[in-house]
Write a protein that binds this ligand. Structure first.
Ligand SMILES: [Zn+2]
Ligand SMILES: [Zn+2]
Length: 231
């Protein structure tokens, strides 16, 4: 499939009957049948502030001790099989159908939220990484979620000014230091409720830094949405 047809497919409305990507049996109105959907590692009971698994959706001890900068965090899944493979395919192998699948599943959960944001802001990639990869997986997900929830997406609002060195294995403090001044915001977000969107939430350090930037641009409420969370 060419890049062009992939992207067209991404924007297309779901067909009435498709083949389930999980079990290869007919699935009506989606990319997964109901059985395969149920079996996914949904992050149903989680801390409302940081999306870490937490019974009865109670705030977790870490957030009670030291609240995050963002107002709320939500992820559809825990980063476990088969979601892990789906995200790797989207991020590193241009498997664009995974953006549609994950985005639709995210929207399904997000529809239940009391209020939805005015604007979706994908987490930006540095231009050099964007050049190498050819696409930003956070933007692909945002477009699907935005279409499903009828919320606008601003792909150019946030900019990554410098590449952060590999953060794997770094302490939380080192990650924060590494990200200081790594982003800016190109527009006013005065009075807006926004959601920052990415494929994976790990420590949340990137989201914390982007929250600072969005607050400075005037956003009043900042949520964090991701397809999956490391747990
Ligand atoms: Zn299935
Ligand atoms: Zn928490």
């Amino acid at each position: 499939m060419s890049l062009f047809t992939c992207l067209r497919h991404l924007g297309a409305a779901p067909l009435a009957t498709e083949i389930c990507l999980g079990c290869r049996l007919p699935a009506s109105g989606g990319l997964l049948c109901e059985g395969c959907k149920t079996d996914l590692p949904w992050n149903r009971e989680a801390c409302p502030r940081c999306a870490m698994p937490s019974v009865l959706n109670l705030p977790c001890p870490a957030c009670l001790r030291r609240p995050r900068r963002f107002d709320a965090a939500w992820t559809a899944f825990r980063l476990q099989p088969p979601i892990h493979a789906g995200i790797l395919g989207l991020k590193y192998a241009a498997r664009f159908e995974q953006a549609r699948l994950l985005g639709e599943l995210m929207a399904q959960g997000l529809r239940e939220r009391e209020t939805l944001p005015d604007l979706l802001l994908p987490v930006p990639l540095h231009w050099s990484r964007l050049m190498r990869r050819g696409y930003n997986q956070a933007l692909l997900l945002s477009r699907v979620v935005g279409r499903e929830l009828q919320r606008p997406v601003d792909a150019g609002a946030l900019r990554r000014l410098r590449r952060s060195s590999d953060q794997i294995g770094q302490s939380a403090r080192a990650r924060r230091r590494n990200l200081r001044g790594a982003f800016d915001c190109q527009r006013s977000l005065e009075g807006l409720h926004v959601a920052l969107v990415d494929d994976v939430m790990t420590t949340g350090a990137t989201f914390d830094e982007l929250t600072r930037v969005c607050r400075r641009a005037g956003a009043t409420r900042i949520e964090v949405w991701a397809a999956a969370r490391t747990v």
